[in-house]
Write a protein that binds this ligand. Structure first.
Ligand code: SF4
Ligand code: SF4
Length: 67
């Protein structure tokens, strides 16, 4: 089972990763960061395949994938 971490200070809430995840594991209701931008959050590792699609599409390199 894989998992991801999302660096909320790098995330600008563009939601590209939400669209990219084939398992719908990323949610828009994350915390606000220090720039006042609403980050996304990871919903859980149960179905994460470690496919890295979320990390690849992120323009701000905010996502790390652990397999
Ligand atoms: S690694 Fe793949 S399955 Fe896991 S959260 Fe990212 S896009 Fe979704
Ligand atoms: S693609 Fe990156 S910057 Fe955009 S919402 Fe996802 S983690 Fe945040």
């Amino acid at each position: 089972m894989a998992k991801i971490t999302i660096d909320k200070e790098k995330c600008k809430g563009c939601q590209l990763c939400i669209t990219a995840c084939p398992e719908c594991l990323i949610d828009p209701s994350g915390p606000f960061n220090s720039f006042g931008l609403k980050a996304v959050k990871f919903k859980g590792a149960k179905k994460c395949k470690g496919c890295m699609l979320c990390a690849i599409v992120c323009p701000d390199c905010a996502i790390e994938v652990f397999k």
